[in-house]
Design a protein around this ligand. Sequence first.
Ligand SMILES: [Zn+2]
Length: 437
Amino acid sequence: MPHLHGFTRTLRYKLLTPTDVKQQMRCTTAHFRQVVSYYLQIFQEHQELIGYSQWLKAAETMTHRTKSNPHPVYPFDHEYSNLPSGFRRAAISEAYGLACAWQSSYEKWQAKKQKLEKKNPQRVAEGQKPVKFKEHPPQYPVESNSWLGYYKTEYKWLDKHHILLKLYTGSTYSYRKVALLQPLTIPPGYATGSPSLIHKPIGWELHIPIVLVEKSGLQEINKLVKTAATKICVVDLGVNRHAAMTIQDTKGRVYATKFISGAQDNHLRKRYLEKIVALQAQTRVIPEGERFAKDIWDKVSNLNNDIAHRVSRQIVNFTKDHKAKIIVFEYLDNLKPEKGTKSHWLNRKLGYWVKGRIFRYTQYKGLHVGIVTSRVSPKNTSARCPYCGFLSIERYTPGKEKGVDLARCTNCGVKGVNADFIGTLGIGLNFRLKHCS
Ligand SMILES: [Zn+2]
C-alpha cells in the first residue's frame, strides 16, 4: 500500500431505518449481488475483456439494449428490465474488480506451478522423485458478497441529516429519504465520494469515502516547502506538446526535464475532425435521433480520455521517480482558440479541454501516492526571462522546423531556449512567490 498521508478516509454513519426501509435495503443489496453474479459470468465467458480498457462499454454493449445497440448478445434487460443505469454500472465495476483479482491470483498460481514443475526433469535426472504441485487453482468467483456502492446518479444529499437513496421495493426502484443518526460532518478540505450501503450486526450503515482536495493540500504544501530538500515537479501543458516538466527545488534549481510530445495525438484528432467536418458539408439532412457522425465522435472522445490518462500517469511517474512531493500547474487561461479552418479550431478547443482533464487525473493519481497538486497564477509565466527577470521573452519558430517553439529575450539576448521549458521556470517562480516567500 502506498502511504496515504490521511488523503483518503472513510466516514461511517448509522442509519435510522423503519422496518419497510430495512426490508428495501435487504432487497436492494440482494438484487445488486444478483446483477454482480450475472456480470461475473459475462467476464468469465469473455476473459478477453479482463484488462481491456473499454471493459465497461463492452460489457454494456453485450447486455444493454439501446437505440444504437438494438440486439445485445445477452438478454440481460429481460431479466432486469427496470434496473437503473447507475446500478448496472456499479455492478459491472464490482464484477470486473472481482474478475481482475481472480485473474491476477490465477496467474500467480500458474507461475508457481510452472516454477515447481520446471525443476522436475532435473530432480528425476538426479534420481529423486518428481514433486507434484498440489495447490488448487483459485476458483473463479460466481457469487459476490459485495456491498452496494452508490453510483452518482442514484443518490442525492438533501442536508446533513438526510440522503435520498434509490432502493428496490421488490418490483421497482424509487427514491427513499433516509435519515442519518448523526449529522454528516466532512472535515475541512475534504470532498466526499460515493456512499456504500453496508449491513452490520447492529443495523444498516452508510460508508462515505472522503478525499483530501486541492485547497487544503495548502497546509501540506506549506509544511513541505519549509524543507530545503523538497522538490517540486512543474508542469506546463502546451498546445503542440502535451506537457513539459521540470524538477526544481524550492530555490528554483532545475534537476531534470522531460517533454511529452503531443504531435501524433493532435494529428490523429485533426484527421478525425476533418472527417466530421467533411461529412457535415456533404450531409444536408441529419437522420433524426442519431447523433451526427457518432462513430467518429466516439473515437475522438476515446482518444481524449486516453491522452488524459496517459499523460497524467507519465507526470505522476516522473514526479515519483525524482522523489518530488508537489506537482505544480498553472491555472488555465481563458480559451481563445486561434482562427483557422473549422477542424483546426475544433482541435484546439478539444486540446484545451483535455488539459483540464490531465490536471484532474494527475491530482487524483497523485493523491493516491501521497503527492499533492498545486495550481498557481499563469501571470507572466511565459513572458518573464529566467535569466534577467525582465518581461522580454518572445517566442519564435526557427527555420523550417514546424512545431518547435523557441524563446529569445529582447533584453539580455539569450536565445534558442525551448519555450515550454521557459514556461515551467515561470510557473516554478510563481509557485515560489506564492509559497516560499
Ligand atoms: Zn533576459
